[in-house]
Design a protein. Structure first.
Ligand SMILES: [Zn+2]
Length: 288
């Protein structure tokens, strides 16, 4: 399994963008990732590195913590634009603008950003739009970073940020780990249903307080299910990642489901996705 973290340097519902929040999330997350020896990729929104219109060295230092830890960085667009509500020219420009700091940081270690993750996993409403984005990505040395385990950790993370007390946070963390196991089991089944085997999975989670505090438990759960953590390049070597994908739907869905739709699967094939507990949904919308 590949573990990917989106929205670097960090995303939060409370005190988002505050230096101390980003510092806390970065430091704790990298400690967990290092402790568990996971070769993660972090996908960066460079718009978050700016304070008062200028690149902020303190914020850039958060990204350097990732590269110093030997972790790879990818491009998640400069400003996290939604391809489905943005003009194509603006979207393409945002990709190009999205990696100048990351390129400079990775150059020191003889590397360059190699993967692009579409914000919201929105990849285009027409094959022509998709091709134009993919052509630019290829030209700039990128591959699209797919996601096969598409979970809603961001919703748990919002509830965690809004939680009124530590007892609620403990209960949320327990529920989060349970949910992550259920969603992993679901996409294992979907993989077997479509390909007759379990493919190397790609998990998407976010650089938030919930994962900063509890991702170690998710990693432990995944290891218990038999997973090893591998780099993106190794997973993408599996021929399954060359499967035909003509998906142009509105949703930001798992690549397993894109391949399934392309192969003509409909309806029942997609049933059984684990729900999120109603109390978590309610709390995730609750601004304190
Ligand atoms: Zn994102």
């Amino acid at each position: 399994m590949v573990i990917t973290f989106d929205d670097l340097p960090a995303v939060a519902q409370v005190n988002d963008g505050v230096l101390a929040t980003h510092e806390r999330i970065t430091t704790r997350l990298i400690a967990t990732i290092t402790e568990n020896r996971i070769p993660v990729i972090g996908f960066v929104n460079e718009a978050k590195l700016v304070t008062d219109g200028a690149p902020d060295p303190q914020r850039i230092a958060f990204l350097r913590q990732w590269t110093d830890a030997g972790l790879e960085l990818g491009n998640h667009g400069y400003a996290h634009l939604d391809m489905h509500t943005t003009s194509l020219d603006a979207y393409l420009a945002d990709i190009t603008r999205g990696d100048s700091v990351t390129r400079a940081l990775t150059r020191d270690s003889g590397q360059r950003p190699r993967y692009f993750r579409h914000p919201f996993l929105h990849t285009g409403r027409s094959l022509d739009d998709r091709r134009r984005v993919e052509a630019l990505l290829t030209e700039r040395g990128y591959r699209v970073a797919p996601v096969t385990i598409d979970d809603q950790d961001w919703l748990f993370a919002a509830a965690y940020d809004y939680a009124p007390d530590s007892a609620t946070r403990v209960r949320l963390a327990d529920e989060y780990v349970r949910y992550m196991e259920a969603i992993t089991a679901y996409y294992e089944q979907q993989s077997t249903a479509l390909f007759g085997r379990e493919i190397p999975q790609v998990l998407l989670v976010h650089a938030n307080n919930l994962n900063a505090d509890h991702f170690g438990r998710v990693a432990e759960m995944l290891r218990r299910r038999g997973y090893r953590f591998v780099p993106m390049a190794q997973a993408l070597d599996d021929p399954v990642y060359a499967s035909a994908d003509t998906f142009t739907g509105a949703g930001g869905i798992s690549w397993i489901h894109r391949w399934a739709i392309t192969q003509g699967e409909r309806g029942d094939f997609f049933a059984g996705e684990p729900p999120i507990a109603p109390w978590v949904m309610t709390l995730s919308r609750q601004q304190p």
